[in-house]
Design a binder for this molecule. Sequence first.
Ligand SMILES: *Cc1c(COP(=O)(O)O)cnc(C)c1O
Length: 225
Amino acid sequence: MENIIHTNYQKIKSEIKTACTNSNRDPNNVKLIAVCKRQPIRKIKQSIQAGIKIYGENRIQDAVNRWSKIKTENYQLSFIGPLQTNKSEEAVKLFNMVQSLDREKLAKSLSKAQQKLKKNIEYMVQVNTGNEVQKSGIKPNEVDNFIKTCKDNYGLNIKGVMCIPPIDENPALHFAFLKKIYQRNKLDYLSMGMSSDFKTAIEFGATHIRIGSSLFGERLEKEEA
Ligand SMILES: *Cc1c(COP(=O)(O)O)cnc(C)c1O
């Protein structure tokens, strides 16, 4: 049987390479996070066969269910969705990184979870670059202080910043803006770009791109039971 995910992955890798060539970057400095939310296990297994090792999930319970059924050890998980404080322990237990840290209450609760579990993970701060009322993420004018608070008061390993631009705006403006925040805070990771705009994100310096539908195809309406 043909592995469609393999074919899609090769195509995306070559697009990453082209975007890197265009902006004088080394493709090894761009990590692809395979966003597998609401994808069937069958496709995730195909993606593992295709060589993918880093996955993104946006709901804790779905991630717990899914990854307990996939019998492989060799993967890393990033959490990229809104996180409730009462899920902090599960997040620290299952994930290598949380990319959606956006408020002090959550920082405090993750810090407690880390101490209890004796496990430290990596974090990115999600920035609401479009100042959208309905969207998660810290306000741009609060981000510098927030990063400092997370490090100094809560001992969290803040590695980078992440954004999801407003759907009706030119993403390039948001990528350029997030890059400035990343540079002035001297961070290592810059997570931006999804299926529709990852080439632009790479040209603006993304170190992590989050790809769902162009790798796996359309998502299911509901999670598999
Ligand atoms: C779903 C999701 C993605 C992937 O989106 P696609 O357009 O399917 O590539 C990336 N980032 C976040 C935060 C998401 O929730």
